[in-house]
Ligand binder design. Sequence first.
Ligand SMILES: Cc1cc2nc3c(=O)[nH]c(=O)nc-3n(C[C@H](O)[C@H](O)[C@H](O)COP(=O)(O)OP(=O)(O)OC[C@H]3O[C@@H](n4cnc5c(N)ncnc54)[C@H](O)[C@@H]3O)c2cc1C
Length: 489
Amino acid sequence: MKQVNRRDFLKSTVIAGLGSSIITPDLVPKQSHPEKQAPETNPAANPAGKKVIVAGAGIAGLCCGYELMKRGHDVTVLEGSPRHGGHILTVRDGLSDGLYADFGAENITQPGYELFWNYAKQFNLTVLPYPKRDNILRRIKGQFYSEEMLRDPTVLKKFGFNAREITYLSENEWPELDLLYTKPYLSKFKDEYQPFGVGYDHLDTTPIADIYRKEGASPAALEFLGGQETSAQFELWRQAILQMRGLPLFPKKVFRLQNGNQSLPNAFAKQLGERVKLNSPIISIRHQPKGVTVKYLEFGKEKEITADYLANCIPLPAFSKIPVEPALPAEKKYVLDHIAYDSYARFVFQASSKFWLKDNLSINMDLNHPDIGGIWQVAEEVDTHRVALMGMGPGGTTPQRAIAAFREVYPGKQDTIEQALVKDWPREQYAFTCERLNFPMGSLKKLWPHVMEPHGRIHFAGAYADNLNWGMEAATRSANRVAKEIDQA
Ligand SMILES: Cc1cc2nc3c(=O)[nH]c(=O)nc-3n(C[C@H](O)[C@H](O)[C@H](O)COP(=O)(O)OP(=O)(O)OC[C@H]3O[C@@H](n4cnc5c(N)ncnc54)[C@H](O)[C@@H]3O)c2cc1C
């Protein structure tokens, strides 16, 4: 296996349908508060410039296209849907008073997301603190608990935690419990792109729950942590990556772009100009030792384009639907078939007031209801008495069901919700997945690092093609990696 060491590379890089809704909003995001943007880039002609097709105009495709364009390459980005941005989608239509919300990717961290922060700076985009994880109320077994309650030894004892766990949880955040058992294992990882050879290769078929148990987890802790289906090797590696990036398992301080995260894809797309072709789904790929030929549709008419390289920035479940000739080798096919994603619905509620304040509650709630996972506020800076709230639930949930589920468990007296929108991602034609899941137990050696390795003239970027499945961070990291690979090929 090829030795993987991307850390140095990353350090040296850029540090330089609507499924259903009560109303039918137009989804094309409008920049009613356009940010001041950097002037368009006019790349100098590169005599060694290559012709590159970028598949998909999500943040990875746009970022990769932008980085290639800056290096003087001839780029065409082909996007199947009529909009760019993919899983980054800011909604305004259907909301009053200038409120907005993100139907897709929502937050970034710091540390972490270094490339994202750099691009925000480069394009003069304002990053705002996003207090969605402050004072979370958690609904556990039908009852709400504040953060203070979940640090109270009396409450913890009632859950059945043992003495060591009670001491730990009274001093640490609730979502960090895993570290009580895993912390001693993590320091063995030295390179965040290298999960092998640190002594845990035999643990890919062991559930992480077995490690928790071995390290003294009580039955109560095991019930909260789960992990029966999660590879111990994968999970220890994942936690070690966070530790190396200086992050807790569940970062409380998160951030977002003012006016919605779509501002960043918009900025890339503006720089790329006519190089981005919307409504141009790729229908087949032919690759040869010296180039690629891609067929796509333009208003139903078949078109063909040839290039030196293809940068695939389409998530693998959608990419797998495109015929590739000659067929990709068995190892790559295994990757295409086994990278798994979740997909769910995003809810946006508009309310006429901060109704929860009357009930002396925080609106940051983990609702733990089968139809609505949580709720929190967005666009707090918009000057209005109204509020935009966000939540998530299973695909197929109607706006009416989402509101009913919220009302079923809301612990206050009354809400003032007056509108609900739903983005049902599983129903999307081209962007039907949401986030990459952990690698299945026992598959790490077959998936890593193959998921990010090129095959001939086809390179792979996107949120799926990096070591941590943190969408926008993985997408921008892998996009920079592929831009550099192609530039230097
Ligand atoms: C509800 C939700 C919440 C999220 N929250 C966060 C978060 O808080 N933080 C975070 O970092 N990430 C988050 N993510 C994940 C993040 O949005 C994605 O990982 C990231 O946007 C993926 O970018 P991408 O460019 O790799 O892929 P995509 O955005 O999926 O882009 C791929 C593009 O390829 C196009 N395409 C598909 N098939 C074809 C074809 N045949 N021809 C041409 N084009 C095609 C698609 O239309 C799409 O535009 C969230 C995602 C969702 C849905």
